[in-house]
Design a protein around this ligand. Sequence first.
Ligand code: GLU
Length: 415
Amino acid sequence: MPEVSSFDVANRQLAECADILRLDPDVHAVLRSPMREVHVSLPIRMDDGTLKVFQGCRVQYNDARGPTKGGIRFHPDRTVDAIRAQSAWMTWKCALLDLPLGGAGGGIMCNPKEMSRNELERLSRAYVDALFEYLGPEKDIPAPDIYTDPQVMAWMMDEYFKLSRQSQFGVITGKPLAVGGSVGRADAAARGGMFVLREAAQTRGIELSRSRVAIQGFGNAGYFAALLCGSLFGAKVVAVSDSKGGVFNRDGLDPEAVRKYKGMTGSVIGMPKTEAISNEDLLELDVDILIPAAIENVITEANAPRIKAKILAELANGPTTPEADVLLHRKGIHHLPDVLCNAGGVTVSYFEMVQNSYMFHWDKEMIYDRLDKKQTASYHAVQDASQRFNITMRKAAYVVAVTRVVDSMRIRGRI
Ligand code: GLU
């Protein structure tokens, strides 16, 4: 099958929404491309003394509702196309959650698994050096994404402080707690998804405590989703996977034990008392809840007809192609789109910015409560729009989000 362009997917989703809203073609044209893209080459001295040049970029999609916001990924083959798509999805996600933020995305083409800590630190700092004038708490605020973590955020924050000679904690989110991070940020994407899942299960009359769950991806979002499915709902996680493959146990897996095993061996595969399962087969398991929590374009028209889950909760960005959306809708699957389901990450990032700006920290209860309110309200806004216009949940999410962005652009006199 030809490689799917994620940005093309994002633009097809937007086009469907433009049709529903009967958007003026000129306005649609403005929304179709990023407002700014900056590409940088980052020469890094490697530990063995050689000099290696890495390509990085930052894409700022739309800032009508506020400074742009979105993660930075370190990945060998996540191309500029995927980052452009991410920046568009961040725009719609922030608008859907009604955050005063626009959307952005960024990344460096590199393989962090093959780099030392020192090399990663130099690379993180070089990225901020190269993009300094484009970043800032009132301009563009990065955060973690695929293969980046709080340590990377701390290095980037420190570099920004050095260059600006100011302690502006709000320049980046997903920071460690010791340097202005927020409690609840680490598991925020998964927890936000759980609040949406709770509402969705209620809508469909599904008893989560008796549900079986399969999760593709065992990074930050996937691991915490596995943990929270059990601890919040008593649901049984029967399969998880990572880029190398998956494991299955019909009686349920212990996410903590899987995490320890993966920490020791580098993968979930080979975990004792489990059967091996491929990433492809995991998606087609006979489960109640399916959670893609890895990368883009894994559910396509080729496998969508075989998906058996009753609820599909997208913790990854862009896991489903538009063709698959149609097939899943026809099958009656309650499909919770990425911009709704994984918005907990950026929502707690926003809480982190708020706390940074008044130099006061909230406790866990406050974060969870506010996150719950935001995700629950957004779920119902999307569910209502989906019923009202008889459209998929993704189209409904776009209708709500795009309307908000267009309103802001209009009020500012940009369109
Ligand atoms: N990378 C996360 C996302 O895709 C979080 C972005 C942020 O916190 O700014 O939603």
